[in-house]
Design a protein around this ligand. Structure first.
Ligand SMILES: [Zn+2]
Length: 257
């Protein structure tokens, strides 16, 4: 049927040209509070554990969650600011000494503007086995040649020196699995880091379930995965973020307070 008012479709459209608006212009603190709430809502957070930092371009200070509050209860006014030495320069709460994981990674990685750390369950199953997820699904292409395994657990990382050693092990990877501990996801933007964090738990669950079958999974070609990786980063991350923000605000508008 001929539809004269039809908009382009198929391969003519690289990304959605029309999506519902988030509805409000978000401050950085509001956006970060939404990121915490969203990742908690999809099961990424282990009760009160974990941290997200956001170091804006050209700054050494970073936005961070307070110590002792759960991700799912955070509001924009709870967000603290620490300097590059982890001193709290703004905010009404304390910040965990484990924040050095973030300060030292930001120090050496210009591209890692956002650093997310927590202990999502299925990633922790693989972390307990000391292994990375096998990439056996197209969404796993997001992590093609971008995974790091830190294969030894040696206690809490609560000093800048130990965190600098960890940052050296992570190198250029955007997703690290820490043996017997959890994950570190990074991104140039909040949207990219949140998308990696949200995706790794599902990728690990899928890889684990495939392992349980005892059968050999079908392989994907590297070049197909590389194309999908670029597509996911360029097209999916921002669309994912906008939807996450809409749903989080709708569930509880107080997140913006
Ligand atoms: Zn941890």
């Amino acid at each position: 049927m001929n539809a004269p008012n039809a908009r382009p479709g198929g391969l003519e459209v690289w990304a959605p040209s029309v999506v519902p608006p988030i509805g409000v212009e978000l401050t950085n603190e509001q956006a970060l509070a939404i990121a915490f709430r969203h990742l908690a809502a999809i099961g990424f957070a282990e009760n009160m554990a974990g941290h997200i930092t956001w170091q804006l371009d050209g700054q050494t200070d970073m936005l961070v969650n307070p110590w002792g509050l759960w991700w799912q209860e955070l509001t924009a006014s709870d967000i603290c600011v620490v300097d590059s030495e982890a001193r709290v320069v703004r905010g009404r709460w304390d910040v965990t000494p484990a924040i050095h994981i973030h300060t030292e990674l930001h120090r050496v990685r210009d591209d890692a503007r956002v650093v997310i750390h927590n202990h999502p369950y299925h990633a922790c199953v693989l972390a307990a086995l000391g292994r990375l997820p096998e990439l056996v699904h197209q969404t796993g292409s997001l992590f093609l040649d971008d995974l790091c395994l830190v294969d030894t657990y040696d206690g809490e990382i609560d000093s800048a020196g130990r965190a600098a050693d960890l940052a050296a092990q992570i190198g250029e990877a955007n997703l690290t699995i820490l043996a017997n501990h959890g994950v570190i996801a990074t991104g140039r933007t909040l949207a990219q880091a949140v998308y990696r964090a949200a995706s790794i738990e599902r990728v690990c669950k899928l890889a684990y379930d495939v392992m349980l079958t005892g059968q050999e999974p079908t392989k994907m070609n590297w070049s197909d995965m590389a194309g999908m990786q670029a597509s996911l980063l360029e097209r999916a991350a921002d669309v994912y973020w906008a939807g996450a923000a809409r749903m989080t605000i709708k569930a509880d508008p107080d997140v913006l307070r």
